[in-house]
Write a protein that binds this ligand. Structure first.
Ligand code: PLP
Length: 402
């Protein structure tokens, strides 16, 4: 078959399933209001939960380091790309998370696929929550580990997988992988119980706080810190491109973990270091979180979360993410388009990001939203209910009714 023919027939298949994705283009800074494809729109789709992406301190630090250190790192950190700014960021992250050491990566995806294979290979087991992010699943597969998946937040099934792993691989390593806040459902892991289970079975635990850091716990230190569990989790991961407003990710833990990853994590070793300016922006974000201004931003975010809850009767949020499950892919897209016409950017999330038939609107809140914007979104959502052709929103959170 001709290559171009192959591409167009595949694209047609994707489109017919209601799964075709297109890029939107922003012409403004990231924020609660953005200029998107030429139109001003209120943005309820960003993971910039604290509104730090366009914060003056991050800009200033990035610009200062850009002037000083130039645009690029030049090489991987092990060759000659390890700038003082990368070390300053790693130190700030360890201090912020209260761990012995930290190692930053260029992205969360790189951290996940870099770290998991260093711990779990073909004679080992990785046990993941069903809703774990694609990067964690890919990391488990890449290392060739024996992978088991338990239904979302189902502790009984996790316990039975742990027993299975111990029986089948008595000398193997067993790594449990969970998130703290799940990215498409916005709910939280029963972390204390997960820690107790993995300890009871002699397994290790990796927790990805991509959507927890900056949102949960004192000054946004995350769920592990909020529950006082940091010292019992072998590998703490988080990203720098979401609430921290920059780009990259961190792994926090022992000094030996950091040294081991520097020697073994292929996505760290064989990849150019992030720009020093990006590291500086990330470090500035950590410093803001450690200051009273950071605690204030986290409080503003939670005020906004409570405002949206109040506007969607019956809803209860555990994080900055509000999913409204629609079901059908085409219906979710249609609703997203209607919201767009009303001036709101609320993406339809579809397979393969979520399971088939559980397409949803994903509302993400930020500390930088104005109260009126949230009230107006809730009002518009209530107005969509009952419009001809609007699905009733089962299963999951129904579309709100007045
Ligand atoms: C976004 C995300 C990642 C990937 O992080 P990037 O920095 O965007 O590559 C990893 N894990 C989870 C849970 C995420 O939500």
């Amino acid at each position: 078959m001709d290559f171009q023919q192959f591409l167009s027939s595949e694209l047609e298949r994707i489109e017919q399933a209601g799964l075709l994705r297109r890029l939107r283009t922003l012409e403004s800074a990231q924020g609660a209001e953005v200029l998107c494809d030429g139109a001003e729109i209120i943005n309820f789709s960003s993971n910039d939960y604290l509104g730090l992406a366009a914060h003056p301190r991050l800009r200033e630090e990035a610009c200062r380091v850009l002037e000083e250190a130039g645009a690029g790192a030049g090489a991987s950190r092990l060759i000659c790309g390890n700038h003082r700014e990368h070390e300053r960021l790693d130190e700030a992250l360890a201090r912020f998370k209260g761990t012995e050491a930290a190692l930053s990566f260029s992205t969360g995806y790189a951290a996940a696929v870099g770290v998991i294979p260093t711990v779990a290979g073909s004679t080992d087991v990785v046990i993941l929550d069903k809703l774990c992010h694609a990067s964690l699943v890919d990391g488990a597969r890449l290392g060739g580990a024996n992978v088991r998946v338990f239904p979302h937040n189902n502790l009984e099934k996790l316990a039975s997988h742990l027993r299975w792993a111990r029986e089948k691989f008595p000398t193997g390593r067993v790594l449990v992988v969970v998130e703290s806040v799940y990215s498409m459902d916005g709910d939280v892991a029963p972390l204390r119980e997960v820690v107790e289970l993995k300890e009871a079975h002699g397994a290790w635990l990796m927790v990805d706080e991509a959507h927890g850091v900056g949102v949960l716990g004192a000054s946004g230190r995350g769920l592990a810190d909020a529950l006082g569990l940091g010292g019992r989790i072998e590998i703490q991961m988080g990203t720098l491109g979401k609430a921290l407003g920059s780009a990259g990710a961190y792994i926090c833990g022992s000094r030996a973990l950091r040294d081991f990853l520097i020697n073994r994590a292929r996505s760290f070793i064989f990849s150019t270091a992030p720009s020093p300016a990006t590291a500086a922006a990330s470090r500035a974000a950590v410093e803001i979180l450690e200051s009273p201004a950071g605690a204030e931003r986290v409080a503003m975010l939670w005020n906004n979360i409570r405002s949206l809850e109040a506007g969607i009767p019956g809803s209860r949020a555990e994080s900055a993410i509000f999913p409204i499950v629609i079901g059908g892919e085409l219906e979710a897209v249609e609703l997203s388009l209607r919201l767009r016409e009303e001036g709101f950017l609320v993406p339809a999330i579809r397979y393969p990001t979520v399971a088939r038939g559980s397409a949803r609107l994903r509302i993400a809140l930020s500390a930088s939203h104005q109260k009126e914007e949230i009230v107006s979104l809730a009002h518009t959502l209530r107005g969509l209910q009952g419009t001809p052709g609007t699905p009733t929103g089962a299963p999951g959170t129904p579309l709100p009714a007045d």
